[in-house]
Design a protein around this ligand. Sequence first.
Ligand code: MG
Length: 377
Amino acid sequence: MTSSKNFSFIIAAAGKGSRMGAQKQFMKLSGRELWRWSAENAATLSNSGIREIILVIPENESLVPEWHSDIPLKVVNGGSERALSVLNGLNAAMCDYVMVHDAARPFATPELFKRLIDVASEDVGVVPVLPVSDALKRIEGDEVSCVERDGLYITQTPQVFPRKKLIEAVRNFPSAKDEAEAWFKLHLKLKRVEGERLNFKATVKEDIMIARALTETKITRTGLGWDIHRLVPERKLILGGVEIESPLGLLGHSDADVLTHAVMDSILGGAGLPDIGNIFPASDERFRGADSIELLKEVMRLVEAEGWEVEFVDAVLTAQIPRLNKYRDEIIKSMAEFFPFNIKFKSAEELDDSGKGLCMTCRAIATLGKVIESACV
Ligand code: MG
């Protein structure tokens, strides 16, 4: 049944995000800006009377968001204070009722919006509330006293009001903490509906971490890398970008950093990409004498461009000479510029070619993670 009441859904997204050091309302959660989560939920409720969505963005900014819905989205600029921003939204609104919502509450559900719509009526404001669940204290200077929490509730958004009366309330009480407070100060009646635990306000970075944990699904892959280079006189020995004191060095087209080569192949393997021989062919003169750390930077760019994060790389380097353990910390530090890293050194018990001091081999295994989809909240 189509509702006889009509609602403008106003999203306050004009905050400066001073507590988070960024405009969080435009941060993305699983590929969608925070404000868009509630805007898209509101847009499903045309049958319940929501006729338009009004996004209030910071003053002096412009935004033309992509929007695919029969319910129109208007973008208006806010002011220097929350009350001025909400007023701009209220003045742009066309409907008899308004629902004023914080952009930073992405998980408010259509069910909550419907509960509010059902209770909305003339001369009444409706707010979602939840009982306070923590014990409360009041701090005054060094004094700590206990506050009885019975009867205390936290208030969420959206809050629903008849539009014209709310304009009057916000104009008269611009320093109110929320629209309900301005409404209340005008001696108008407030009603409540039950809020939602997940409808929390993303205020500090820990809130965003929780929001990400709720919405992002991560896949993990491992990749294997292996490399071998001959040990010869009159070459530098470079491992993991660190120059090692040694009578012999590794032979190769580049700097022959066998460790970095195996590491790069493990990372490329995890990302499902071909090996470094394909990406930096030995036939290409640009790579003669190349610094393998520079090649590693390029590999990181390639995998990060595909959305992968390198979470950890572990490696085993097999070499009879020289003794490498004293370089372990320096090599780990060099690789830690890129990702958490571990290395072990093995002599090959004088058994195979590396054990006989003819070559060095390295094996590496990389763990990569990628966010692939959003969960339904
Ligand atoms: Mg190599």
